[in-house]
Design a protein around this ligand. Structure first.
Ligand code: ZN
Length: 580
């Protein structure tokens, strides 16, 4: 009898899952993406009947709604610590970071249901799916992507603060990203997928793929993804009718002149997850294909990714453990990269013949693609990047507690930190920042610094009780070094976290300091010689009374040593510190 009741219950839950169709499927033309309330109520309803599924809320997004995470666990274990003890591999899927690119939202709704309905949840994996990440943008429905072929209405790229959330992972201006960091560092996935739609050229493929740029990825992970996981994804997608190509962007003119592999620096979701040694992919469906094809291609991709990861679950999990271990003792870190145009591969590309004709708008030359003239060609694929800048890690960084946002982000990302137990003076390597050329216009709410010149200077620095010491023997070293080294492309410094040190707080009145400076020159012939030499070498200095006063002022004890000094210190010797 008990057995019968049990079977009835299972039957009922299967039936209810089966009965639930998504708003996308409910529309005959399949040109519809679910709206935010539809997404949430769909998952809530499904979760009620499915013990292998649970919903979790993380943080509060900028629009005041929590991030919803769907977790699928075959063993019905939903404690992340327990899941790790059971040696499960965790996959995290993110949807709707750009809500105008919503295929992943609808495909995930179907796939979650189907895996439950078919009792087909993988044994070795736990699947985590962000229902919709940019809830703010998802709620603002319209037709903002004018070049895209459907769906009939969709969300907007900007969030409630008008931020592109796929540039927000280092600067963390949105509250959405704080929720994401909580998810990432609670569930600790080994594999991450971010679902998108492309812009740009026309070609035959429905699906394109960005994988973490191999020269930026840990070499052991790059070896596995480059030789096993990615080729297998391409093979399986072709077999299921959605032949894939690497993301088509960065080409000069049209794709037949070559495509450049996308470099996702840490500001992007997959650049950020790569800093955590997570294997990461971005799907980019082609904007001109019909919405139903784009959704089904995304569905197939996720299914294939799950299948391969299920097969290789142990390999992937052990690989991440090994890479994390190696990262702890890694000494040198890349801070920036540039595409190597001299060193390219070739790929087969199925495109449409491009042509030019007079524009009916301007009368000037315009580009068009002729779909009646498809072609298959071998084209150049620029997928090699050179490291253009590196840094050797110090023994530890010391962060004055005044820089609270850095501390908060480090805590959220599981960076281990100790605190000084008392005030102390330590010999540190400090960076003085050279001349900066900030951009004229803001980018994502910031005046992003680039090509930051630094001059390292060894000097004693006073720290205070409670300041933070970050040793660089951690699995999360890449995040630590790539955010704290000011020259890194997406460092905290680049994103203006430390701009207050770029302002001088005190100065002098010229007419008063004139007499002081004259006295100093008289007393100190060496200083006078230095000034004369500098004037001989620099005509601008020779012409400027103010610049010469400044030259002398900088040698006085009144001059602020903290001006232009990057406040995070590099501890170069492993001295014993009193820490709590
Ligand atoms: Zn996108």
């Amino acid at each position: 009898m008990k057995k019968l009741i049990c079977l009835l219950l299972i039957g009922a839950s299967l039936l209810s899952a089966q009965a639930q169709i998504t708003p996308f499927e409910a529309h005959a033309d399949k040109n519809y993406t679910a709206a935010y309330p539809e997404i949430i109520s769909y998952y809530q309803k499904l979760a009620k009947t499915q013990p292998q599924m649970r919903l979790f809320n993380y943080g509060m997004t900028d629009i005041g709604k929590p991030l919803t995470l769907i977790v699928l666990s075959r063993d019905k274990v939903f404690d992340p610590v327990q899941i790790r003890k059971m040696n499960k591999t965790v996959i995290l899927v993110n949807n709707g970071i750009h809500p105008g690119e919503p295929e992943g939202i609808d495909a995930s709704m179907m796939l979650v249901r189907d895996l439950l309905k078919k009792n087909a949840l993988p044994k070795n994996l736990v699947l985590c799916v962000v229902a919709v990440y940019n809830i703010d943008g998802c709620i603002t429905r319209g037709l903002s992507r004018v070049s895209q072929n459907g769906p009939e209405a969709y969300g907007f790229r900007g969030n409630y603060r008008n931020l592109d959330l796929n540039r927000d992972f280092i600067k963390a201006d949105s509250r959405n990203v704080l929720g994401f960091m909580q998810i990432l560092n609670t569930w600790k996935p080994q594999v991450f997928l971010d679902n998108h739609t492309s812009d740009g050229a026309d070609y035959q493929y429905v699906m394109t793929l960005i994988e973490t740029q191999k020269d930026k990825q840990n070499p052991l992970l790059a070896e596995y993804t480059g030789k096993t996981l990615s080729p297998e994804l391409y093979k399986r997608m072709k077999k299921s009718g959605y032949e894939m190509i690497p993301y088509v962007e960065g080409f000069r003119g049209t794709p037949d002149s070559g495509i450049v592999a996308f470099l996702e620096t840490p500001r992007f979701a997959t650049g950020f997850t790569a800093q955590h040694n997570i294997i990461s992919y971005i799907t980019e469906t082609h904007m001109l294909k019909t919405f139903d094809k784009r959704v089904y291609a995304t569905y197939d991709f996720m299914q294939h990714l799950f299948d391969i990861c299920e097969r290789d679950a142990t390999v992937i999990r052990k690989l991440k453990e090994r890479v994390d271990e190696e990262t702890k003792s890694q000494k040198t870190f890349a801070l920036n990269w540039d595409v190597d145009m001299a060193n390219y591969d070739t790929i087969t590309f199925k495109g449409y013949t491009a042509g030019y004709k007079p524009s009916e708008v301007s009368g000037l030359r315009r580009l068009y693609y002729d779909r009646s003239k498809p072609f298959t060609k071998t084209i150049k694929y620029f997928d090699n990047y050179k490291v253009t800048l590196t840094a050797d890690k110090p023994v530890a960084y010391i962060i004055p507690q005044a820089w609270g946002k850095v501390i908060d982000l480090f805590k959220l990302n599981g960076v281990a930190m100790k605190r000084l137990t008392h005030d102390t003076t330590l010999n540190m390597q400090m960076y003085y920042i050279g001349e900066l050329r900030p951009p004229m216009r803001p980018y994502e709410g910031h005046y992003l610094h680039s090509n930051v010149p630094i001059k390292p200077v060894d000097m004693p620095i006073r720290f205070y009780e409670g300041d933070y010491v970050v040793y660089t023997n951690q699995a999360i070293n890449r995040y630590i070094v790539e955010t704290l080294e000011p020259q890194a492309v997406d460092s905290f410094f680049a994103w203006n976290f430390f701009d207050s040190v770029l302002g001088q707080k005190e100065g002098y009145s010229d007419y008063v300091f004139e007499d002081v400076a004259a006295g100093l020159l008289k007393k100190d012939p060496e200083l006078k010689k230095k000034l004369d030499d500098a004037k001989a070498a620099d005509p601008n200095l020779a012409k400027s009374a103010r610049a010469q006063l400044n030259f002398i002022y900088q040698t006085t004890p009144s001059y602020e040593k903290t001006y232009m000094r990057y406040p995070v210190g590099r501890l170069m010797q492993d001295v014993k510190l009193d820490l709590k």
